[in-house]
Design a protein around this ligand. Structure first.
Ligand code: FE
Length: 358
């Protein structure tokens, strides 16, 4: 009789567990629906992100369907979201912060907006050099900052390294953004790590001397300056060319078609790469869900779509890049931990100021 009661209660527990599962599955994609017992389904993860792609929304929905965890999204500019996290402090709703550039993620870490995460899944899916040394942020997409050249005026055989663009033969032929731009800070920070402060400074001086104009505009504007004949080469991120080629602006399409992509330093230290990535916020109320969410974004299932939304490279090596990116060819990357981009940021800013890179 006693045995029977035990079996009965086990069956009852199993039934309850199963009903629980079913009810949370039914709740997917519908935040206002209710569990069997009438309580609101409270499983959620709150995201602050500087990304704004439709493809991302689809991925969030997929995550909701698979886990029953509702994704609440606040979109904004990276620096504004960081400021908001700072002001909100312990009261913040945000569990996950996503932004671009290891330099920005480093700033978030330094401002104590993030916390360390232990996850075998993230360690498995994301190469070590694309993760923070203290596990506070994780790369989710990879971008390359390369040389872009005018197809008619420049023979790619004239190109070799970033350093070569600092030589006198490129005088008045180079365009690149201002030194206030984080991508450039990270680029120079990588050189500080790879070649040391003095050589990095000499490079920055050479580029400042070779500029075809005072730095202005975003990366797309550098490609436009090359297409318009203002300069022969630009240093820029490849995903902007992807955006121009896949976009609806016919002029931009023409610009992107008139330039070629050259991966520098292939015989030496590799092309500069950076990431956009995510971290769990310091005051996350849903830490477990936050980790699950970042793990999902790093998965084979999500990586292709997440990277392709901005013509970037997946960080998960099991996932292939898009056809366009493949058409530009495979390339050797800088072999440094991207934490260095943040660690050398202040030194990079000092050097830019010293050499007069506006
Ligand atoms: Fe960008």
């Amino acid at each position: 009789m006693k045995k029977f009661t035990v079996i009965l209660s086990m069956m009852l527990a199993l039934m309850l567990a199963l009903t629980g599962c079913v009810s949370s599955t039914n709740n997917n994609g519908n935040s206002s629906s209710q569990n069997n017992d009438g309580a609101e389904n409270k499983e959620e993860v709150n995201l602050y992100t500087s990304r704004h792609y439709e493809a991302d929304q689809e991925l969030y929905k997929k995550f909701e369907e698979e886990t029953g965890i509702k994704v609440n999204v606040v979109e904004g500019k990276g620096d504004e979201l960081m400021e908001r996290l700072n002001i909100e402090g312990e009261d913040t709703k945000a569990d996950v912060f996503i932004t671009s550039d290891a330099g920005n993620l480093h700033q978030a870490k330094e401002a104590e907006l993030l916390q360390a995460v232990e996850s075998d899944v993230l360690v498995e899916n994301i190469p070590e050099k694309l993760r923070d040394v203290d596990n506070q942020w994780f790369g989710l997409t990879k971008r390359a900052r390369v040389i872009v050249y005018h197809k008619e005026r420049v023979n790619p055989e004239e190109l070799s390294t970033y350093e070569a663009l600092a030589e006198p033969e490129w005088k008045d032929r180079v365009v690149i953004r201002t030194s206030e731009n984080m991508y450039n800070m990270s680029l120079l920070a990588s050189f500080i790590d790879i070649m040391g402060k003095d050589e990095a400074k000499a490079w920055a001086q050479g580029i400042a001397d070779n500029m075809a104009r005072d730095p202005e505009g975003g990366d797309r504007d550098q490609a436009k300056a090359v297409a318009a004949g203002e300069a022969d080469v630009a240093i820029m991120n490849t995903y902007y060319l992807g955006g121009m080629l896949n976009g609806t602006d016919e002029e931009e399409k023409k610009v992107a078609e008139s330039v070629g992509v050259f991966f520098p330093n292939q015989e030496t230290t590799g092309a500069h790469i950076n990431i956009s990535g995510a971290g769990v916020t310091k005051h996350a109320k849903n830490k477990e869900n936050a980790v699950k969410f970042i793990e999902f974004l790093s998965s084979e299932e999500a990586q292709g779509q997440f990277a392709e939304a901005n013509s970037e490279y997946p960080v998960n090596e099991k996932v292939e890049p898009s056809e366009l990116l493949k058409s530009w060819g495979e390339f050797k990357e800088q072999d440094i931990n991207l934490s260095k981009l943040g660690e050398n940021q202040q030194e990079a800013i000092r050097i830019f100021n010293e050499v007069g890179w506006k």
